[in-house]
Design a protein around this ligand. Structure first.
Ligand SMILES: C[S@@+](CC[C@H](N)C(=O)[O-])C[C@H]1O[C@@H](n2cnc3c(N)ncnc32)[C@H](O)[C@@H]1O
Length: 370
């Protein structure tokens, strides 16, 4: 029987091949993930026409809270309004705005309370999608490729930290290895393989036991927080994402890590196939984010579950008068087994009064668990 013909290499295959060859046959996973997601014109977020949506039938791969229910962004808008007042600032800065559903709701809710809405987005394709969605606010919205040296305002990011490249490390027979990506050269088409090599890297806390243990560390997300802290002159940062404090993240029983891929609303754990065609993501270590902020003189103002944050920000009041269908969708944002408990909100502040507790954390603050 004939062996199946290898498929023709795609432009992404060629790029990954070149990167592996240029790095002497071993490409660190974080560099691989950065290209798989963000390589210009080829990476998942650069090329995918509709990554985010409610159902696979729309051609999307996963859903996020702003897409699920507008009441997510409307509740967040209340906390943003309070933070703008508290910090005497007039701008909102959103990182990774996706389809700009959240920006649209925040701008609609807060109107003239926002002077300028700045979107920092790495995907040029998504910038076009965002510009379309925000036509009605085109005098107020600007896009920036990078953060300026200094800025002030309220910063928001929903599911941005989880989309930042991570390093993969694995304890094998008691020794920590870093996982890279190598080529399996026997085929014409690209076949990728895991390639472990010894490393000095290890998780931020000890993992009890001697068992094999795969996990992630997040230098890029931590560097992002440090840059924010250095450049934000006055303001508050709200970061919303799935994740845990480090004690839970690096629990001895979580021995397979949190890395996941999403395509057509199905999850899988192999980022080395269908490269560029699916999302790759890892959970957030919120303790690492809080420590990175504190190291750069940014204070932790609160940390809680998405359910507590949204309810504290007035979700239930806002839902009065909503239709049953709207209420059912909004319920998913706060139900424990849907998004309510796994998703967390971390608030960081610069130049805010130390005794101010933002409304979103007034009941159920879990900063002590970080
Ligand atoms: C999972 S999507 C979330 C999109 C949107 N916030 C939502 O909730 O629907 C991740 C987004 O973050 C963007 N992104 C990733 N890294 C970024 C960075 N360093 N700066 C700005 N945007 C980034 C991606 O291009 C994408 O728009």
């Amino acid at each position: 029987m004939n062996a199946p013909l290898p498929s023709k290499p795609t432009a992404m295959d060629k790029l990954i091949t070149r990167l592996i060859d240029q790095s002497n046959g071993w490409l660190s996973f974080d560099r691989f993930m950065a290209s798989a997601l963000y390589a210009p014109n080829l990476g998942y977020y650069s090329a995918r026409t509709q990554p985010i949506g409610l159902m696979a039938s729309s051609g999307s791969d996963f859903v996020t809270a702003p897409q699920m229910s507008p009441y997510f962004s409307r509740s967040l808008a209340r906390s943003i309004e309070e933070a703008l007042l508290q910090t005497q600032t007039e701008e909102v800065w959103e990182f990774g705005a996706g389809t700009a559903q959240m920006a649209f709701e925040i701008l609609t809710t807060l109107g003239d309370k926002i002077n300028r809405y700045v979107i920092v987005e790495v995907s040029s394709h998504l910038k076009e999608v965002q510009a379309q969605q925000l036509q009605a606010f085109k005098d107020k919205v600007v896009w920036m490729e990078q953060l300026p040296e200094h800025f002030s305002g309220v910063v928001v990011g929903n599911e941005v930290l989880d989309a930042m490249p991570v390093k993969l490390i694995e304890r094998r027979s008691g020794v920590w290895m870093e996982l890279g990506v190598a080529r399996d050269v026997q085929l014409n088409g690209l076949k990728l393989d895991w390639a472990p090599r010894p490393t000095d890297l290890s998780p931020p806390i000890d993992i009890p036991g001697e068992h094999d243990y795969l996990t992630e560390i997040h230098p890029q997300a931590e560097a992002f927080i440090k840059t924010l802290a250095e450049r934000l002159q006055k303001g508050v940062v709200f970061l919303i994402d799935y994740g845990f404090p480090e004690r839970e993240y690096y629990h001895e029983q979580r021995s397979g890590g949190t890395l996941m891929c999403h395509q057509a609303h199905q999850a899988d754990s192999n980022p080395l196939i269908a490269v560029g065609q699916k999302d790759i993501t890892a959970h957030v270590n919120f303790t690492g984010m809080a420590l990175a902020a504190q190291d750069s003189a940014m204070a932790v103002l609160g940390y809680t579950t998405q359910a507590h944050f949204l309810i504290n920000s007035g979700l239930l009041d806002l839902l009065e008068g909503a239709s049953l269908e709207e209420k059912a969708m909004a319920q998913k944002l706060i139900t424990e087994h849907e998004m309510g408990e796994l998703f967390k909100v971390l608030a960081l502040g610069v130049g805010t009064s130390a005794d101010w507790e933002p409304m979103g954390f007034q009941v159920g603050d879990r900063s002590h668990t970080l």
